[in-house]
Design a protein. Structure first.
Length: 324
Protein backbone atom coordinates (compact mmCIF):
# COMPACT_ATOMS: atom_id res chain seq x y z
CA UNK A 1 0.00 0.00 0.00
CA UNK A 2 1.26 3.52 -0.74
CA UNK A 3 2.25 5.78 2.12
CA UNK A 4 -0.42 8.27 3.10
CA UNK A 5 0.15 11.98 3.72
CA UNK A 6 1.16 12.40 7.36
CA UNK A 7 1.01 15.15 9.98
CA UNK A 8 3.44 15.89 12.80
CA UNK A 9 3.17 18.02 15.89
CA UNK A 10 1.16 15.98 18.40
CA UNK A 11 2.98 14.44 21.33
CA UNK A 12 2.47 11.05 22.91
CA UNK A 13 0.54 11.48 26.21
CA UNK A 14 2.77 8.85 27.89
CA UNK A 15 6.37 9.61 26.82
CA UNK A 16 6.03 12.95 25.01
CA UNK A 17 7.46 11.60 21.75
CA UNK A 18 6.47 13.19 18.46
CA UNK A 19 3.72 11.18 16.75
CA UNK A 20 3.40 10.44 13.05
CA UNK A 21 -0.33 10.54 12.10
CA UNK A 22 -1.36 9.36 8.60
CA UNK A 23 -4.20 11.39 7.17
CA UNK A 24 -7.61 10.10 8.20
CA UNK A 25 -6.23 7.60 10.75
CA UNK A 26 -7.83 7.70 14.20
CA UNK A 27 -5.69 5.13 16.06
CA UNK A 28 -1.91 5.77 16.18
CA UNK A 29 0.98 3.87 17.76
CA UNK A 30 3.83 5.71 19.47
CA UNK A 31 7.14 4.52 17.91
CA UNK A 32 8.97 5.07 21.21
CA UNK A 33 6.81 3.56 23.96
CA UNK A 34 4.22 1.64 21.91
CA UNK A 35 1.39 3.59 23.53
CA UNK A 36 -1.81 3.49 21.46
CA UNK A 37 -3.73 6.76 21.25
CA UNK A 38 -7.03 7.82 19.66
CA UNK A 39 -6.91 11.03 17.60
CA UNK A 40 -9.96 13.20 18.20
CA UNK A 41 -11.22 16.30 16.42
CA UNK A 42 -11.93 17.28 12.82
CA UNK A 43 -10.66 14.68 10.35
CA UNK A 44 -10.64 17.14 7.47
CA UNK A 45 -11.16 16.18 3.84
CA UNK A 46 -9.87 12.74 2.92
CA UNK A 47 -7.52 12.61 -0.06
CA UNK A 48 -7.43 9.92 -2.73
CA UNK A 49 -5.76 9.42 -6.08
CA UNK A 50 -6.78 7.53 -9.21
CA UNK A 51 -3.88 5.37 -10.45
CA UNK A 52 -2.08 6.23 -13.67
CA UNK A 53 -2.54 3.40 -16.20
CA UNK A 54 -2.04 5.15 -19.54
CA UNK A 55 1.50 5.90 -20.68
CA UNK A 56 2.69 8.76 -22.84
CA UNK A 57 2.80 6.73 -26.09
CA UNK A 58 -0.78 5.52 -25.55
CA UNK A 59 -1.95 9.10 -24.97
CA UNK A 60 -0.27 10.22 -28.20
CA UNK A 61 -2.06 7.41 -30.05
CA UNK A 62 -5.37 8.72 -28.69
CA UNK A 63 -4.53 12.13 -30.15
CA UNK A 64 -4.35 10.64 -33.65
CA UNK A 65 -7.63 8.80 -33.13
CA UNK A 66 -9.28 11.99 -31.91
CA UNK A 67 -8.14 13.95 -34.97
CA UNK A 68 -9.56 11.35 -37.35
CA UNK A 69 -12.67 10.42 -35.37
CA UNK A 70 -15.24 13.11 -36.25
CA UNK A 71 -16.41 14.56 -39.59
CA UNK A 72 -16.40 18.09 -38.13
CA UNK A 73 -12.59 17.93 -37.79
CA UNK A 74 -10.46 18.86 -40.80
CA UNK A 75 -9.80 15.74 -42.88
CA UNK A 76 -6.03 16.31 -43.01
CA UNK A 77 -5.65 17.20 -39.32
CA UNK A 78 -4.22 13.80 -38.34
CA UNK A 79 -1.59 13.87 -41.12
CA UNK A 80 -0.55 17.52 -40.91
CA UNK A 81 -0.56 18.01 -37.14
CA UNK A 82 2.78 18.05 -35.34
CA UNK A 83 2.93 17.17 -31.64
CA UNK A 84 4.62 19.98 -29.71
CA UNK A 85 4.60 18.65 -26.16
CA UNK A 86 2.91 16.11 -23.88
CA UNK A 87 2.98 16.18 -20.10
CA UNK A 88 1.15 14.67 -17.15
CA UNK A 89 -0.88 16.65 -14.62
CA UNK A 90 -2.81 15.63 -11.52
CA UNK A 91 -5.89 17.78 -10.99
CA UNK A 92 -7.87 17.76 -7.71
CA UNK A 93 -11.62 17.17 -7.83
CA UNK A 94 -14.03 17.66 -4.93
CA UNK A 95 -16.05 14.45 -4.87
CA UNK A 96 -19.19 13.33 -3.06
CA UNK A 97 -20.41 9.73 -2.92
CA UNK A 98 -23.72 8.61 -1.51
CA UNK A 99 -27.04 6.87 -1.95
CA UNK A 100 -29.78 9.32 -2.89
CA UNK A 101 -33.32 8.65 -1.71
CA UNK A 102 -35.86 10.92 -3.35
CA UNK A 103 -39.60 11.47 -3.45
CA UNK A 104 -41.10 13.70 -6.10
CA UNK A 105 -44.75 14.82 -6.02
CA UNK A 106 -46.36 16.41 -9.03
CA UNK A 107 -48.51 15.87 -12.09
CA UNK A 108 -48.08 14.15 -15.43
CA UNK A 109 -49.99 15.13 -18.56
CA UNK A 110 -52.09 12.40 -20.14
CA UNK A 111 -54.29 12.46 -23.22
CA UNK A 112 -54.29 15.13 -25.93
CA UNK A 113 -56.52 17.79 -27.40
CA UNK A 114 -59.81 18.16 -25.55
CA UNK A 115 -58.97 15.03 -23.50
CA UNK A 116 -55.75 16.47 -22.12
CA UNK A 117 -55.57 16.41 -18.34
CA UNK A 118 -53.02 16.29 -15.52
CA UNK A 119 -52.99 13.38 -13.11
CA UNK A 120 -51.22 13.39 -9.74
CA UNK A 121 -48.09 11.25 -9.49
CA UNK A 122 -45.62 10.21 -6.78
CA UNK A 123 -42.20 9.07 -7.99
CA UNK A 124 -39.57 7.42 -5.81
CA UNK A 125 -35.86 7.55 -6.56
CA UNK A 126 -33.13 5.31 -5.11
CA UNK A 127 -29.68 5.33 -6.66
CA UNK A 128 -25.98 5.35 -5.77
CA UNK A 129 -24.50 8.53 -7.21
CA UNK A 130 -21.14 10.26 -7.57
CA UNK A 131 -20.68 13.98 -8.02
CA UNK A 132 -17.36 15.69 -8.70
CA UNK A 133 -16.13 19.12 -9.72
CA UNK A 134 -12.67 20.54 -10.32
CA UNK A 135 -11.18 22.02 -7.15
CA UNK A 136 -8.89 24.37 -9.06
CA UNK A 137 -8.97 26.61 -12.13
CA UNK A 138 -9.18 24.28 -15.15
CA UNK A 139 -9.69 26.95 -17.80
CA UNK A 140 -6.38 25.96 -19.38
CA UNK A 141 -7.32 22.27 -19.61
CA UNK A 142 -11.11 22.37 -20.07
CA UNK A 143 -11.86 19.38 -17.79
CA UNK A 144 -14.49 20.44 -15.25
CA UNK A 145 -15.47 16.92 -14.11
CA UNK A 146 -14.13 13.41 -14.63
CA UNK A 147 -15.68 9.91 -14.97
CA UNK A 148 -15.15 8.38 -11.52
CA UNK A 149 -17.77 5.61 -11.73
CA UNK A 150 -16.05 2.24 -11.38
CA UNK A 151 -12.58 3.76 -11.02
CA UNK A 152 -10.14 2.40 -8.41
CA UNK A 153 -9.05 4.72 -5.60
CA UNK A 154 -5.72 4.66 -3.81
CA UNK A 155 -4.53 6.47 -0.68
CA UNK A 156 -3.08 9.84 -1.57
CA UNK A 157 0.71 9.66 -1.99
CA UNK A 158 2.16 13.15 -2.31
CA UNK A 159 5.68 12.06 -3.22
CA UNK A 160 4.51 9.59 -5.86
CA UNK A 161 2.33 11.94 -7.87
CA UNK A 162 4.84 14.81 -7.63
CA UNK A 163 7.49 12.53 -9.09
CA UNK A 164 5.13 11.48 -11.89
CA UNK A 165 3.84 14.84 -13.05
CA UNK A 166 2.64 18.37 -12.29
CA UNK A 167 0.30 18.54 -9.27
CA UNK A 168 -2.24 21.32 -8.78
CA UNK A 169 -3.37 22.36 -5.33
CA UNK A 170 -7.08 22.69 -4.47
CA UNK A 171 -8.70 26.09 -4.00
CA UNK A 172 -12.22 27.14 -3.15
CA UNK A 173 -14.56 26.30 -0.32
CA UNK A 174 -15.38 22.79 0.83
CA UNK A 175 -18.78 23.94 2.12
CA UNK A 176 -19.63 25.40 -1.30
CA UNK A 177 -18.65 22.12 -2.96
CA UNK A 178 -20.89 20.18 -0.56
CA UNK A 179 -23.77 22.53 -1.32
CA UNK A 180 -23.26 22.11 -5.08
CA UNK A 181 -23.26 18.33 -4.69
CA UNK A 182 -26.58 18.38 -2.86
CA UNK A 183 -28.09 20.72 -5.46
CA UNK A 184 -26.92 18.40 -8.24
CA UNK A 185 -28.40 15.35 -6.51
CA UNK A 186 -31.74 17.14 -6.10
CA UNK A 187 -31.73 18.23 -9.75
CA UNK A 188 -31.05 14.65 -10.81
CA UNK A 189 -34.00 13.40 -8.75
CA UNK A 190 -36.33 15.99 -10.30
CA UNK A 191 -35.13 15.18 -13.82
CA UNK A 192 -35.51 11.43 -13.35
CA UNK A 193 -39.14 11.85 -12.21
CA UNK A 194 -40.16 12.98 -15.74
CA UNK A 195 -43.17 14.92 -14.44
CA UNK A 196 -44.74 17.84 -16.29
CA UNK A 197 -45.51 19.69 -13.08
CA UNK A 198 -43.52 19.31 -9.86
CA UNK A 199 -44.97 20.51 -6.57
CA UNK A 200 -42.60 19.06 -3.95
CA UNK A 201 -39.23 17.31 -3.95
CA UNK A 202 -37.77 15.54 -0.91
CA UNK A 203 -34.18 14.33 -1.09
CA UNK A 204 -32.18 12.47 1.52
CA UNK A 205 -28.56 11.37 1.11
CA UNK A 206 -27.40 8.36 3.13
CA UNK A 207 -23.92 6.90 3.55
CA UNK A 208 -22.48 10.12 2.14
CA UNK A 209 -18.72 10.54 1.85
CA UNK A 210 -16.79 13.57 0.72
CA UNK A 211 -13.20 13.75 -0.39
CA UNK A 212 -10.59 15.18 -2.71
CA UNK A 213 -9.58 12.97 -5.63
CA UNK A 214 -6.40 13.66 -7.61
CA UNK A 215 -6.95 12.57 -11.20
CA UNK A 216 -4.22 11.98 -13.83
CA UNK A 217 -4.55 13.73 -17.20
CA UNK A 218 -2.22 13.72 -20.17
CA UNK A 219 -2.10 17.15 -21.83
CA UNK A 220 -1.03 17.08 -25.47
CA UNK A 221 -0.43 20.24 -27.49
CA UNK A 222 -0.03 20.08 -31.25
CA UNK A 223 0.53 22.47 -34.14
CA UNK A 224 -1.69 22.59 -37.25
CA UNK A 225 -0.95 25.18 -39.95
CA UNK A 226 0.62 27.59 -37.51
CA UNK A 227 -2.08 27.31 -34.82
CA UNK A 228 -1.72 25.49 -31.50
CA UNK A 229 -4.46 23.14 -30.27
CA UNK A 230 -4.73 20.94 -27.20
CA UNK A 231 -6.44 17.81 -25.90
CA UNK A 232 -6.69 16.23 -22.43
CA UNK A 233 -6.55 12.42 -22.20
CA UNK A 234 -7.77 10.43 -19.19
CA UNK A 235 -4.64 9.00 -17.56
CA UNK A 236 -6.58 6.03 -16.20
CA UNK A 237 -8.78 4.92 -19.11
CA UNK A 238 -7.30 6.67 -22.16
CA UNK A 239 -10.57 8.45 -23.02
CA UNK A 240 -10.35 11.97 -24.45
CA UNK A 241 -12.05 14.27 -21.93
CA UNK A 242 -11.45 17.58 -23.70
CA UNK A 243 -10.09 18.57 -27.06
CA UNK A 244 -9.88 21.26 -29.70
CA UNK A 245 -9.18 20.72 -33.37
CA UNK A 246 -9.38 22.60 -36.69
CA UNK A 247 -12.82 22.49 -38.30
CA UNK A 248 -13.80 20.86 -41.58
CA UNK A 249 -14.93 23.51 -44.09
CA UNK A 250 -16.83 21.07 -46.34
CA UNK A 251 -18.67 19.63 -43.36
CA UNK A 252 -19.71 23.11 -42.23
CA UNK A 253 -21.01 24.00 -45.68
CA UNK A 254 -22.91 20.71 -46.04
CA UNK A 255 -24.57 21.14 -42.62
CA UNK A 256 -25.58 24.72 -43.49
CA UNK A 257 -27.15 23.77 -46.83
CA UNK A 258 -28.94 20.67 -45.58
CA UNK A 259 -30.06 22.34 -42.33
CA UNK A 260 -31.50 25.37 -44.12
CA UNK A 261 -33.33 23.19 -46.63
CA UNK A 262 -34.77 20.86 -44.00
CA UNK A 263 -35.68 23.75 -41.68
CA UNK A 264 -37.49 25.62 -44.47
CA UNK A 265 -39.38 22.46 -45.42
CA UNK A 266 -40.59 21.91 -41.87
CA UNK A 267 -41.23 25.58 -41.06
CA UNK A 268 -43.11 26.62 -44.21
CA UNK A 269 -44.14 23.71 -46.45
CA UNK A 270 -45.50 21.38 -43.77
CA UNK A 271 -47.71 24.04 -42.07
CA UNK A 272 -49.06 25.09 -45.48
CA UNK A 273 -50.06 21.54 -46.30
CA UNK A 274 -51.54 20.96 -42.84
CA UNK A 275 -53.75 24.06 -43.05
CA UNK A 276 -54.69 23.44 -46.68
CA UNK A 277 -56.01 19.95 -46.01
CA UNK A 278 -57.80 20.92 -42.79
CA UNK A 279 -61.28 19.43 -43.05
CA UNK A 280 -63.47 21.55 -40.82
CA UNK A 281 -63.50 24.43 -38.40
CA UNK A 282 -63.46 22.13 -35.38
CA UNK A 283 -60.00 20.92 -36.35
CA UNK A 284 -58.54 24.34 -37.12
CA UNK A 285 -57.49 25.26 -33.58
CA UNK A 286 -55.44 22.08 -33.24
CA UNK A 287 -54.00 22.47 -36.74
CA UNK A 288 -52.92 26.05 -36.03
CA UNK A 289 -51.13 24.93 -32.86
CA UNK A 290 -49.45 22.09 -34.77
CA UNK A 291 -48.38 24.52 -37.51
CA UNK A 292 -46.87 26.82 -34.90
CA UNK A 293 -44.91 23.92 -33.43
CA UNK A 294 -43.61 22.94 -36.87
CA UNK A 295 -42.59 26.55 -37.48
CA UNK A 296 -40.55 26.60 -34.26
CA UNK A 297 -38.91 23.26 -35.06
CA UNK A 298 -37.98 24.46 -38.52
CA UNK A 299 -36.43 27.70 -37.31
CA UNK A 300 -34.56 25.77 -34.59
CA UNK A 301 -32.99 23.48 -37.19
CA UNK A 302 -31.97 26.45 -39.35
CA UNK A 303 -30.45 28.23 -36.35
CA UNK A 304 -28.52 25.11 -35.32
CA UNK A 305 -27.18 24.72 -38.87
CA UNK A 306 -26.12 28.37 -38.90
CA UNK A 307 -24.25 27.94 -35.59
CA UNK A 308 -22.36 24.93 -36.93
CA UNK A 309 -21.31 26.98 -39.97
CA UNK A 310 -20.58 30.17 -38.03
CA UNK A 311 -18.56 28.63 -35.21
CA UNK A 312 -17.33 25.45 -36.90
CA UNK A 313 -13.95 26.88 -37.82
CA UNK A 314 -12.75 25.21 -34.62
CA UNK A 315 -14.12 21.92 -33.30
CA UNK A 316 -14.41 21.56 -29.52
CA UNK A 317 -15.24 18.40 -27.55
CA UNK A 318 -15.97 18.28 -23.82
CA UNK A 319 -16.82 15.15 -21.85
CA UNK A 320 -20.01 15.48 -19.82
CA UNK A 321 -21.46 13.16 -17.26
CA UNK A 322 -24.44 11.21 -18.56
CA UNK A 323 -27.08 10.70 -15.89
CA UNK A 324 -29.26 7.63 -16.09
Amino acid sequence: MNDQEVSYGLNCPKCGGLLKIPEGQRLVLCPYCQQRSIVQGERGVLHYQVPLQVHRQQAETMLRRFLSGHPAIARNAASLSVLQESFLVFLPFYTSWGRVLGWVFGQRRVGSGNNKRYEPREVQFVEDVIWNEAACDVGEFGVESVPLEGKPYEPYNDDEIHRAGMVFEPVGSVSEALEKAEQEFQAQVSKSASLDRITQVFVRIVRQRFGLVYYPLWILRYLYRGRVYQIAVDGNSGEVLYGKAPGNTLYRAAVLIFGMALGALIAFDFPTLILYFGRNADEMDGLIVLSGIMLLIGFSIMYAAYRVFRYGEEYEYRWKKRFS
